[in-house]
Unconditional design. Sequence first.
Length: 396
Amino acid sequence: MPRSGPKSIAVIGAGVAGCALAAQLRRLGHRGPVSLWETGRGPGGRASTRRSRHDAALRIDHGAPLLNITGDADPLLLQPLLAGGWLEPWSGVIAQLQGESTLKLGQADALGLGQLYRGAGGMDHLGQGLLHLAGENVDAHYGTLVRFLSIEDGVWQLWGRERELLGQAHWLVLSSTLLAHPRSRMIFGWDDVPLKQAAAPLADLQLDHALTLIAGIRTEARSNLLVVLDAVAAAPWRALPFGLLHLDAAAQQHWGLQRITVQPLADGRCAVVAHSTQAFAADHLDVYGTHSAVARMLQLPPDEGREDIVVAALTIALEQVMGLWLPRLDLGQTDRQLMRWGAAFPLAPGLPSELMFCPRSRVGFCGDFIAGVGFGRVEGALRSGEQLAHELLAFT
């Protein structure tokens, strides 16, 4: 395989942070090769949208339903995304369920603070818009798992599951913690942490410190139920006084759900996404869902009916919560799917921003796990990609 040209950058993970990094690099004048490596079918990560080749009208924002901006200054990429029609303001109603029956309109968790935006036509348009800003000279590899890493003669090597060489670059960026965190061993049964193993011979104290702190970052999982309602069944859902329902601590403990989003479709149907609590997801971490790209690529064993059990439990919880407004609700015959996020939300304090860039080893980190404004949310991912672009350009 030919070696990439000078100033080449390989970005593992095409979530919001990785795409924002590519966009900001180009806007700041970087013209060297940039490659993106992503296990999913397209860009966006948790800010993505489930679509169907057989149903053009179907779209489900099954991860982050919104982008909310809370910082005093907007991210640098926000206005270009709005001007390009990739994002639009969200003016829906957020509500909070307090206890078992009290509804408070206008109250929400951290997702509802600040300025609210959504992807125009789906949250996946956020990632697509960022790559549009990056231009055509970004080499994207979707459905590709980078399993091993090594560095030879100052050039990073990316290897696949069968130790086949996937690509090479002078700089390596991780826009998620998967290849740097011990959870990769626990979840996938790997016998190593890829970046830690590759970095050992480098003796870079800054990178070693960053890896130690990353290893200590705890994350919360989520098991999300996706429901699609036909036009008749969707009518009462579309008439609800809110589009996003957040459950307070007491309600979460009672039902095992954290958030419910109601997403009307253009043809009169409606998609509903019920986000579980961390406690519920932690009890079912080994249930990936039939649509898990990573589970498919790693050829993990089938769940032997456990997915049906999780779907049924989430369905009952959703019926009980929404039964407060939709009596005699029965979702048993609807189209339902499970989406599990193994590391949906990092917990503070995260990785300090001064450790996101390790020039001696030519390694960078970006993502919502970087400490700062927007930590743990899409905003943090967006800002971290912008910041790392500035750091990289000082050396490439």
